[in-house]
Every structure is written in structure tokens, then in C-alpha cells.
Design a protein around this ligand. Structure first.
Ligand code: SF4
Length: 259
């Protein structure tokens, strides 16, 4: 497919989403989204073409928490079946550095998905990977996607992070999910403080507020994140490191409150 056709599909898809949700985004945001789609297609078009089942819904019903509450687990994955080998992909909006740095967390989740797949289809998953769609920091900062620097960064960018299959993870993860369900039901969660959002975890380049909160569905109603993204009392040092990273997100945050 040529870029012109891809752009047409992107525009149609955008119009559909606008109609369905009743919300639009700023021109900056839309252009940023287009660059992300274009680069993703250039880099992973071959995986997309080989996809045998897209957006497969996996369900593990009738789970019981340690405190006896019933819950159901769900996940969505993409499947490529080639040469008698099944590869499962989980598409995340995180960037590959974040996935690499927190590999154990993703490994646990995907091993549960592999277990759900086996229950549903009766076959084993042979390989699994996260496709991390967020552009690397350097690429987000490159002003012109077509310039020489950006071309080099695109070449080095590997959005596919492979993870080990380990059936021992399944029981541990399901127990962990159950404990989390109990905490939610008991109202034991509250947002971390602004100081926590400003912390940079070992091995990560961005603070928690950027690396984690940016992907959280609850961020538009979270006080700590509101303070963080609007740069209330942010230290100069942190401010500098997140400034360009968060410009797009700041736009989106404001947009979420526009009628
Ligand atoms: S935005 Fe989400 S992840 Fe971040 S502090 Fe708020 S609730 Fe937690």
C-alpha cells in the first residue's frame, strides 16, 4: 500500500472515531498520530500483512479472588501463524525502552494470555512479543521526520520486544490479579503524590508521570497527574526532561476538557 492510500485510510478512520466519540483532537495531535501510524506501517507492515487473526478477544471467566469475589479476565491479542508456529503479539502504546525496562511485568501478562489462548483454541503459543507503538524519545523530538537524523533513528528503532514463554508465571499472575481486584473492591487505591510522579525509576529516562501516567485511562480525572502535566511546582531539572515529551500530551489533556 502506498503512503497516499494509508493517509486516506487514516483520515477515514479519524472521521469515524470523531463521529463515534463526539470528540476531535488538535491539529498538532492529529499530525503526531499520523507520523506514528506512518512510521509504524513502514517498520511493521510485514507483520501486519502476515496477521492471521487480528484483535482476538481472550476471556478467562469465573476467577475467584483470595477474598472470594468473582471476576473475569479479558485480553486482546493479534496472532500470526506461519510454518506451524504460532506467534502472539500484544500491541501497547508504550515505547520499547519502557517495555525492555519492565519486561517481567509484560512477561507475566502475556503468559496469562497464552494460557487463555490454550483454553480457548487448544493450541500452544510458540512465541510471544509486545509491539511497542510509541515512538522513541529521540524520534518524537526530531522536528522533521524525513531528515537524516530521523532516518537513522527509524532504522535503529525496534518496536518488537520478544518475551519468554514461562508457564510458571500463570498462577503467580492470576493470584496477583485477584489481590488487585480485592484492593479495588475494598477501595484501597489512591493516586500517588506529585513527588512520586516526579521520580525517575532506575533504568528509565522519564519520570513516573511521563513513563506510566501518560498511558493511564484514569489520568484525565487524576489530581496528581493534573498537577504534573500542568507543571505545577515541577523542579527545573524534571521540567527540562519532560518538556518536549509532554507537549503533545499536554495538548491532549487540555483537549479532554474542551467542549
Ligand atoms: S494518572 Fe493513573 S497511573 Fe498516574 S497517578 Fe493518576 S491514577 Fe496513577
Amino acid at each position: 500500500m502506498d503512503i497516499k492510500k494509508l493517509r486516506e485510510i487514516f483520515e477515514d478512520n479519524y472521521e469515524e472515531l470523531k463521529y463515534e466519540t463526539g470528540r476531535s483532537i488538535t491539529l498538532n495531535m492529529k499530525e503526531f498520530a499520523w507520523q506514528q501510524v506512518k512510521l509504524y506501517y513502514e517498520k511493521l507492515g510485514s507483520v501486519a500483512k502476515n496477521m492471521t487473526e487480528a484483535e482476538v478477544k481472550l476471556i478467562l471467566p469465573e476467577q475467584v479472588t483470595p477474598k472470594g469475589k468473582k471476576y473475569t479476565m479479558e485480553g486482546i491479542v493479534d496472532i500470526v501463524e506461519k510454518d506451524d508456529e504460532i506467534t502472539m503479539y500484544d500491541i501497547k502504546t508504550h515505547n520499547s525502552e519502557e517495555v525492555e525496562n519492565d519486561k517481567d511485568v509484560y512477561k507475566g501478562q502475556l503468559n496469562v494470555y497464552a494460557h487463555m489462548w490454550k483454553n480457548l483454541k487448544g493450541t500452544e503459543i510458540d512465541k510471544m512479543a509486545v509491539i511497542a507503538t510509541a515512538l522513541p524519545t529521540k524520534l518524537r523530538q526530531a522536528t522533521t521526520i524525513g531528515d537524516e537524523i530521523a532516518v537513522d533513528i527509524v532504522e535503529d528503532w525496534n518496536p518488537v520486544v520478544e518475551l519468554d514463554i514461562d508457564s510458571n508465571e500463570v498462577e503467580k499472575q492470576i493470584r496477583c490479579f485477584g489481590e488487585t481486584v480485592d484492593k479495588i473492591e475494598d477501595g484501597e487505591f489512591k493516586a500517588p503524590t506529585l513527588d512520586r510522579l516526579k521520580e525517575i525509576k532506575k533504568g528509565q529516562k522519564a519520570p513516573f508521570g511521563t513513563a506510566v501516567c501518560r498511558h493511564c485511562d484514569a489520568r484525565h480525572s487524576c489530581d496528581s497527574y493534573s498537577q504534573y502535566i500542568n507543571k505545577v511546582k515541577l523542579d527545573e531539572e524534571i521540567l527540562e526532561s519532560v518538556q518536549s515529551e509532554d507537549m503533545v500530551e499536554q495538548d491532549e489533556w487540555k483537549d479532554a476538557f474542551m467542549k
